[in-house]
Design a binder for this molecule. Structure first.
Ligand SMILES: *[C@@H]1O[C@H](CO)[C@@H](O)[C@H](O)[C@H]1NC(C)=O
Ligand SMILES: *[C@@H]1O[C@H](CO)[C@@H](O)[C@H](O)[C@H]1NC(C)=O
Ligand SMILES: *[C@@H]1O[C@H](CO)[C@@H](O)[C@H](O)[C@H]1NC(C)=O
Ligand SMILES: *[C@@H]1O[C@H](CO)[C@@H](O)[C@H](O)[C@H]1NC(C)=O
Ligand SMILES: *[C@@H]1O[C@H](CO)[C@@H](O)[C@H](O)[C@H]1NC(C)=O
Ligand SMILES: *[C@@H]1O[C@H](CO)[C@@H](O)[C@H](O)[C@H]1NC(C)=O
Length: 501
């Protein structure tokens, strides 16, 4: 390992950062995903982050445009090597060196990007991947850290691996947190990885989703256990020796701590890479429950308290996520497109104590909305009032075809039962679908035809809580490459596998 060139400077930066963390102002981060049909300009998003006091952000690649948005903000950034690069980076040190040169060194200048962590892969050990990344993740981790060290970034920039809680969270093998252990098939690779992280001084990163525990747990899962206010001290649903767990987040985190203790790394720092609650698209995906979840989580973080097994270790977490992403896969559930604490266009959805001030007043303050958002013209595409026909059957079929076409290419997830637009009738449904498609296509004229069934109107077609959106001016994103395409799809598969066992 070569000595870092600017070792002293890096060390100072680390020391200063550590002091700030101890003072307790910068524990909160957020995930910035970009799986949207139209992306807000990166500078607008970066300002949304700084306006709301975020000091940390996690992205899912090292996309040049995103990085340009973050440049000069000073926000501590976690960039990522996507799973599909793990084999190349793990198998060839030259490739790892090139990755670091292109995606870390390039931004390491005054006014550049304050990169502090590199996520090597995203949940590479998910059961649903069938072990595809088991053999390449640790080699990739080693190569990236070595390349960071040799380029002189090693003291300030650490490589980590975000894992899904499914590397340990199996109800069958972990009836209580203290029984926590890693899944048999990944126990070896987790031990090897932890040994490396411990030596390099990097944290382990884990994604924890109480919403998914509740969602897939069904009616057998006590609702209050998903939140942080479920009767602490009154004897929780899970009694584990001298500890009563009153919420699934603590139980989940401590299951990991126990698994780490079992392999001799009980003190390895753990960062929560993703945690959050969606607001639409499914049962219990509502702004009210999201507000309740975040209020409890942020109150806990503000108080500087950890979990029962690590009471003094303040929780360091990245919220999931910043904005709604209307092009994410809905294989796991329609809620996938509604994880944002802000709408797709940067409007806050509910009060949130993002600055960790603590107390009742802070908990009821709305986050600051995005500034400088430009919208397409105030125009909507709706089902023509005169549409309909003498031959009701043929017309219905044509309508269903058109709605199907629109919804396959735009986001109709708010139309589901119990969702924000779930009360529309068939004509309302069609209008919603036509508009979603028209907006996603940037309001081009040809996108509002639907075999002559649709018309453009300039009167807001929204109905109550059901918002017929007008899209933003922003780049139309090629959505296949970036973001978090398979994360929850794979989680779903993993969870289903558990249920079916
Ligand atoms: C650097 O990151 C970008 C964006 O994620 C990626 O497209 C590129 O392939 C990376 N560079 C190397 C050498 O892997
Ligand atoms: C994993 O295996 C299952 C069943 O054999 C298969 O359906 C699935 O496509 C595989 N997934 C991956 C990522 O290889
Ligand atoms: C973790 O790292 C520290 C020093 O960085 C070392 O003293 C300790 O032995 C390591 N723990 C294990 C279990 O390897
Ligand atoms: C935990 O719960 C059990 C059963 O509900 C109760 O007997 C016990 O006193 C509780 N312990 C603590 C520390 O609250
Ligand atoms: C509207 O669309 C949703 C989602 O596609 C569907 O579940 C619902 O049944 C539709 N309602 C009517 C009245 O067609
Ligand atoms: C609907 O979305 C638009 C932006 O497209 C926003 O200006 C408006 O306030 C929203 N209305 C509601 C009721 O949320």
């Amino acid at each position: 390992m070569a000595a870092p060139r600017n070792g002293l400077l890096s060390w100072l930066v680390v020391a200063v950062a550590a002091t700030v963390t101890a003072a307790g102002v910068d524990a909160l981060g957020v995930n910035w995903g970009t799986m949207s049909t139209r992306r807000l300009p990166p500078k607008v998003v970066a300002r949304l982050l700084t306006d709301n006091g975020f000091k940390k952000v996690k992205i899912f690649d090292a996309d040049e445009r995103t990085m340009q948005g973050l440049a000069g903000t000073g926000i501590e950034t976690m960039v990522a090597v996507p799973n599909d690069l793990l084999a190349a980076v793990g198998g060839d040190y030259g490739r790892a060196r090139q990755w670091v040169k292109d995606n870390v060194t390039r931004y390491a200048f005054d006014g550049g990007v304050n990169i502090r962590l590199v996520a090597v892969g995203n949940e590479p050990f998910l059961k649903a991947y069938n072990g595809s990344f088991d053999g390449v993740t640790v080699p990739a981790l080693r190569n990236i850290q070595r390349a960071l060290d040799e380029a002189g970034h090693g003291a300030a920039v650490k490589a980590t691996v975000p894992v899904n809680a499914d590397v340990y969270d199996s109800p069958a093998s972990n009836p209580v947190p203290s029984a926590g252990r890693f899944r048999d098939d990944v126990a070896g690779v987790m031990a090897e990885m932890c040994r490396f992280l411990n030596r390099s001084g990097a944290p382990l990163t884990v994604n924890i989703y109480p919403f998914l525990s509740l969602y897939y747990g069904g009616d057998g899962f006590p609702l209050d256990y998903a939140f942080f206010d479920g009767g602490a001290g009154s004897g929780g649903p899970v009694v584990d020796g001298r500890v009563n767990y009153t919420n699934v987040f603590d139980a989940n985190f401590d299951t990991l701590v126990s698994a780490l203790r079992r392999i001799g790394f009980g003190h390895l720092p753990v960062v929560v890479g993703e945690v959050g609650w969606p607001t639409d698209g499914g049962r219990r995906a509502t702004p009210a429950l999201a507000q309740r979840f975040y209020a409890g989580l942020l109150r806990r973080i503000a108080a500087g308290r950890g979990t029962p097994l690590r009471p003094r270790a303040r929780i360091e977490a990245y919220l999931f996520g910043l904005l709604d992403e209307d092009a994410k896969s809905v294989a796991p559930g329609n809620f996938e497109r509604h994880w944002g604490i802000f709408t797709f266009d940067g409007r806050p959805k509910f009060p949130l104590d993002l600055r960790l001030r603590g107390g009742a007043a802070a908990a009821t303050a709305m986050p600051a909305p995005a500034r400088g958002v430009e919208y397409l013209p105030r125009r909507w595409c709706v089902l023509s009032p005169s549409a309909g026909g003498d031959d009701a059957g043929a017309w219905q079929a044509r309508l269903a075809d058109s709605v199907g076409y629109a919804c396959a290419r735009a986001d109709c997830t708010a139309l589901g039962y119990g969702c924000s637009c779930g009360a529309l009738d068939a004509r309302g449904n069609a209008s919603y679908a036509f508009n979603a498609y028209y907006q996603a296509q940037g309001q081009v004229e040809a996108a509002c035809d639907f075999q002559g069934l649709a018309v453009v109107v300039d009167k807001d077609a929204s109905r109550g809580a059901c918002n017929f959106s007008v899209q933003v001016v922003g780049s139309a994103a090629p959505v296949a490459a970036a973001g978090t395409p398979v994360r929850t799809e794979a989680v779903l598969a993993a969870v289903l596998a558990l249920v079916l066992l």
